[in-house]
Ligand binder design. Structure first.
Ligand code: AMP
Length: 215
């Protein structure tokens, strides 16, 4: 299956994408993860995008187009993929169309996870991540056994620089203005599937699984 996973920052796309990846045996392509890795590695790409990520703004479409074109050509994406964080603008929808056409494949569904804005602000501002192994925690909903320390590898947990309340509000603003119209674009093609993104990660996953099986 070839799926685009959409929704506000903090709605649980990353968590669901990992579960769906295992369930469907397809590649999980998170553009946010790719960019954060590049920043961490200090590559050319990382240096170009560091400031943009910290501000919660969007990386230019052309740069994202090159990145996604290259990523979807890789072997592990041949049988299918879940795109998490791309496309994020209407122009990126057209870029993705071009990439998929060149690969001779088509999207099966565009999933929109929906939740109230206050819920995602609460989820994001409490999120803590392990900079070493990538494990994700929440100070209230999923706290580590020992405060501030990763259960898996013992590394000190950090807050993503774009998970502070001011930047979260900016990211939600960007979402409303630039990303929401994408859902409309896929809706007009009959590809959009809306899912309730409230409740536990497991409850959301069950909804997704059932919904996709019925498709
Ligand atoms: P995410 O982890 O998906 O919330 O992405 C983190 C940050 O990476 C975003 O706030 C943007 O700065 C950047 N980013 C990720 N995906 C894209 C994209 N498709 N287009 C532009 N910027 C992106």
């Amino acid at each position: 299956m070839r799926i685009v996973l959409m929704g506000m920052p903090g709605v649980g796309k990353g968590t669901q994408a990992v579960q769906l990846r295992d369930h469907l045996a397809v590649a999980h392509v998170s553009t946010g993860d790719i960019l954060r890795e590049a920043v961490k590695a200090g590559s050319d790409l990382g240096r170009q995008v560091k400031g943009v990520l910290e501000a919660g703004a969007l990386v230019p479409d052309q740069l994202m187009g090159n990145l996604i074109g290259e990523r979807l050509r890789q072997e592990d994406a041949r049988e299918g993929f879940i795109l998490d964080g791309f496309p994020r603008t209407v122009d990126q929808v057209a870029i993705l169309d071009g990439v998929l056409e060149r690969l001779g494949v088509a999207l099966d569904a565009a999933i929109l996870l929906e939740a109230p804005e206050e819920l995602v602000v609460e989820r994001l501002s409490g999120r803590r991540v392990c900079p070493k192994c990538g494990a994700v925690y929440h100070v209230a909903a999923r706290p580590p056994k020992s405060a501030g320390t990763c259960d898996g590898c013992g590394t000190a947990l950090v807050q993503r620089p774009d998970d502070t309340e001011k930047v979260i509000r900016d990211r939600l603003d960007v979402y409303r203005k630039q990303t929401h119209p994408i859902a409309e674009a896929y809706e007009s093609r009959g590809l959009l599937r809306r899912f309730d993104g409230t409740g536990t990660p497991q409850a959301i996953f069950e909804r997704l699984k059932t919904g996709l099986e019925q498709a």
